[in-house]
Every structure is written in structure tokens, then in C-alpha cells.
Design a protein around this ligand. Structure first.
Ligand code: NAP
Length: 285
């Protein structure tokens, strides 16, 4: 009987349909193992194989949001909005990614490590979009030596230091998410997780550069704080799955692109309740 640990280790090696077949995965109505497997191993196959076999380059994002649509409280302190199972899901997404991208504000406020700790897997290359040079060089991702770290740079970005490599892209100010994905793909980083915060994920979403979006919604309300993404214009999620008491909604690009997302049309109801503070426009938050 294939158990979850072995199933996950096999999934880590899957990059396309041929890999999937070699790993013992088959697709009929859904992805499943060709041999007897535990319920958890079956869940892993169904949940992550579509991402593993996605054409590259590809970008996928994950945000944990409160029932009223916020990803962090007003204090902006690093807190987990969602539960332990969503954290495991996030670490699995990191393990399946070649690179993980965060915005400058998340790097400043959360000081995240962006490493894979809750499951087996290799740490992705860490990328922070810091064109105004506001992220201090004492952040953990610059100093822990766990994985290479790139800073998407501008004129204002301080020069490289030990542990910090600059990635210079044409232009100043607002960055075209597709140009970043192309530059990462040139470096062999073809699967990219956009991990937050709300502004960064929204910019990828608006530009149409995101292939998949996972929004995990907790039943709790924050009553205010840092807005996440609005999902109204994305239409119905491609699928949903429970993560403990939270609910993860997965949106896959063809479905939401046809709903007009890339053209900044109106947006989001979370799958639980519409955030009162969110307007109907899919704008950067
Ligand atoms: N619940 C979750 O899943 C989750 C996940 C991650 C973070 N968070 C929380 O989210 C909060 C931060 O989120 P946030 O929305 O305020 O900010 P953010 O997305 O972390 O950072 C936004 C900043 O990143 C830079 N940036 C991002 N995309 C850019 C682009 N395309 N072009 C140019 N610059 C770009 C800009 O920096 P400049 O303005 O300096 O140019 C922008 O202001 C924190 O409180 C953190 O705790 C929650």
C-alpha cells in the first residue's frame, strides 16, 4: 500500500506527464496511483499532480485569507491567518517550485525564511521584489545561507552583498510580472510560487501571468487589516478542498482568464463570504 510519505517523494520528481507515468500515476477522471494507496496518498495525487505536470514556465500563487478577505491584521505583524494544514500545503507548494517570490513589504514585515520545513523537498531560490531598496540586508533570507536569494533590483536598490544577488530588469518602478517570470525561466527557474503579499499576488493576477491561484479561506474574520485578493471576477473555483477548518479554492487560468481577469474586470467573492471591504474591482491591493 503506497503511503503518503512515499507518494509525496514520488511527486517531487514529477515534472511532466512522462514523469507522472513513471512514478505510477494515471489519469482517468482524476489523477490516481496505479497501485493500492492510502487515502492520504490518493489525496496528494489528486491535489498536486496537475501542478506537477503543468507546462513551464508557470507561476502559481497561494494566499491565506480571513473570511472577510484580509491576509494580515492591521498591525502587519507576521501571523498565520490560516491553520496548520494550510501551512503544510504552502510548504508543499514551495517544494514543488524552483523559485518563490515575495513583495518587499512581506520581506520587511514577516522576515520569512521561505524554506521547505513542513514536508520533504528542496528549498526554492528566494526572490524579493524590492525596486525601491527598502528591504534591510539583515533579513533572514539574505543571511541564513539556506538557498540562493535574488533581489529584483532598480537604480535605488543597494549593491549586491554576500547572500544577495541582484536581478536587474529593464525599466523602473512597476515591474511587468511576465518579464520577471521570463528572466527566472532563463535561469532555469521555470516553476515559480508567488507567496504574497496581496499587492504582489494581485499584480501577477491582473497581468494574466498567473497560471494557478490557491486562496485558503478561514472561517474567522479579522475585521480589518491587509487586503488579500478579490476573487469575484474569477468565477467559480476550478476545485475546492478542505484544509482542516479552512477551505482552499483553486483557480486555474483558462477558466479565470475567460472571465476577464487579465483585463482588470470586476472581482471576487471568496468561497465563504464576500469581504465587505473589497470593491468589485480586481486591483492591486
Ligand atoms: N496570509 C498570507 O498568505 C500572507 C502571505 C504573505 C504576506 N502576508 C502579509 O502581507 C502583508 C504584506 O502584503 P502587502 O500586500 O502589503 O505587500 P507585498 O505584496 O508583500 O509587497 C508589496 C511591495 O512589493 C513591491 N512589488 C510587488 N510587486 C511589484 C511589482 N510588480 N512592481 C514593482 N514593485 C512590486 C512593491 O514595493 P515598493 O512599494 O517598495 O516598490 C510593493 O509595494 C504583510 O503584513 C504580510 O504579513 C500574508
Amino acid at each position: 500500500m503506497l503511503d503518503a510519505d512515499h507518494a509525496w517523494n514520488r511527486l517531487l520528481g514529477v515534472r511532466n506527464a512522462a514523469d507522472a507515468a513513471r512514478a505510477g500515476l494515471v489519469h482517468d477522471e482524476d489523477w490516481r496511483w496505479s497501485e493500492p494507496a492510502t487515502a492520504e496518498a490518493t489525496t496528494l495525487a489528486q491535489r498536486y499532480t496537475p501542478l506537477c505536470v503543468e507546462d513551464t514556465p508557470c507561476a502559481f500563487a497561494q494566499l491565506g485569507q480571513s473570511a472577510d478577505g484580509f491576509i494580515a491584521p492591521h498591525t502587519r505583524h507576521a501571523v498565520y491567518v490560516t491553520g496548520e494544514e494550510d501551512r503544510l500545503h504552502l510548504h508543499r507548494l514551495r517544494a514543488l517550485a524552483d523559485a518563490v517570490v515575495v513583495g518587499a513589504r512581506t520581506a520587511v514585515v514577516d522576515d520569512p525564511r521561505l524554506t521547505v520545513r513542513a514536508c520533504a523537498g528542496t528549498d526554492p531560490v528566494r526572490v524579493v521584489i524590492d525596486r525601491s531598496g527598502r528591504v534591510p540586508r539583515d533579513r533572514t533570507m539574505f543571511t541564513d545561507g539556506r538557498a540562493p536569494t535574488l533581489v529584483v533590483a532598480d537604480r535605488r536598490t543597494p549593491p549586491p552583498t554576500d547572500g544577495v544577488e541582484l536581478l536587474r530588469l529593464p525599466g523602473t518602478g512597476a515591474l511587468d510580472p511576465s518579464a520577471l517570470l521570463a528572466a527566472l525561466a532563463e535561469r532555469g527557474l521555470a516553476r515559480v510560487l508567488i507567496e504574497g503579499g496581496g499587492v504582489t499576488v494581485s499584480r501577477f493576477l491582473e497581468s494574466g501571468a498567473l497560471h494557478r491561484l490557491f486562496v485558503t479561506t478561514t472561517p474567522d474574520r479579522l475585521g480589518g487589516g491587509v487586503p488579500g485578493v478579490s476573487t469575484t471576477a474569477l468565477g467559480a473555483p476550478t476545485r475546492q478542498f478542505p484544509l482542516g477548518r479552512d477551505l482552499c479554492s483553486e483557480y486555474v487560468r483558462p477558466a479565470y482568464a475567460s472571465a476577464g481577469t487579465a483585463s482588470k474586470s470586476s472581482c471576487p467573492t471568496s468561497t465563504r463570504s464576500a469581504p465587505a471591504a473589497h470593491s468589485s474591482s480586481l486591483r492591486a491591493r
